[in-house]
Design a protein around this ligand. Structure first.
Ligand code: MN
Length: 284
């Protein structure tokens, strides 16, 4: 972590967030042997604090994480994008995980947070849970619990702490079919957005495609305005973007050019919002 931090510092930047430090299904399902793993996890949190990495993103999906039924759906300009269709997904064989009850996942999460949150508080690290993607349950026979704004509020309320909050993944909230800016404000006012995933989609949780950031159904200007309004100052990154014509599609969702386009678009939105506010203030 220190090595990574140094590398980033060489470019005049500071590493603020780490994503996807794995948490095993044993911990998530509350099975025997979890305590030793949770101890290791606590040590990781302390190490993050020592390395000055202030945010840690994680998720509570078991069996498999974010999942798409296509990684080559054509979108604008013959770019290839990731898409999800629940009917296709349900035709796949169920994941062989045995019987799981959603409350088992909740109990596992509460136990985990009770152990880790105090360590995160001491270490100055924020734990930022990511919604389930797609926000549907079950998926291939596996229950998912973080599929609605209410469920994410429940996580916050399980162990109230300044170290317990969210990775606000706009794509997932878009898939949920709720008004994204409303929930940026809802969680932002509670100071619970620790990390933001800027993403756009078209469709519903059951059938959607991930689009270029300026080409989906979400109002990205309004979303950025909501972050601005709540005074969000944490890290934000473009989440998945399509793979452009001529680029390799070996890492779907994370090819470079679509994400560069997204970063420029994000900076443009932010500048437009900041300047229009100044103009308004001048006019008043
Ligand atoms: Mn995300």
């Amino acid at each position: 972590m220190l090595e990574l931090q140094r590398k980033v510092a060489d470019f005049g930047l500071h590493l603020t967030v780490i994503e996807l430090i794995p948490i095993s299904d044993r911990v998530k399902l509350g099975l025997r042997g979890r305590d030793e793993e949770i101890d290791h996890f606590c040590q990781t949190v302390r190490n993050l604090g020592h390395a000055g990495i202030r945010v840690m993103a994680y998720n509570w999906m078991v069996g498999f994480t974010w999942f798409r039924t296509s990684v080559a759906t054509p979108v604008r300009g013959d770019a290839l994008s990731t898409a999800y269709n629940h009917e296709v997904m349900q035709n796949l064989p169920p994941a062989a995980l045995g019987e799981i009850h959603p409350e088992q996942l909740w109990a596992g999460l509460e136990y985990f947070l009770q152990a880790v949150v105090p360590v995160a508080e001491e270490s100055g690290v924020q734990l930022a849970i990511h919604p389930d993607d797609p926000p549907l349950s079950p998926v291939r026979g596996v229950p998912r619990i973080l599929t609605s704004p209410m469920a994410l509020q429940r996580v916050i309320d399980l162990v109230p702490s300044e170290a317990n909050g969210l990775t606000f993944c706009q794509g997932c909230f878009g898939e949920m079919g709720v008004d994204v800016p409303t929930y940026i404000r809802h969680f932002g006012k509670q100071r619970k957005i620790f990390f933001a995933h800027f993403r756009n989609i078209r469709g519903t949780a059951e059938d959607f495609v991930e689009t270029f950031h300026d080409d989906g159904q979400l109002d990205m200007f309004e979303a950025m305005q909501a972050y601005h309004e709540i005074g969000f100052a944490g890290p934000m990154r473009p989440d998945h973007a399509p793979t452009m014509e001529g680029e390799s599609n070996e890492n779907p969702g994370y090819a470079v050019q679509g994400r560069i386009l997204a970063i420029g678009y994000m900076r443009g939105l932010l500048e437009a919002i900041e300047k229009s506010k100044l103009i308004k203030m001048g006019a008043d």
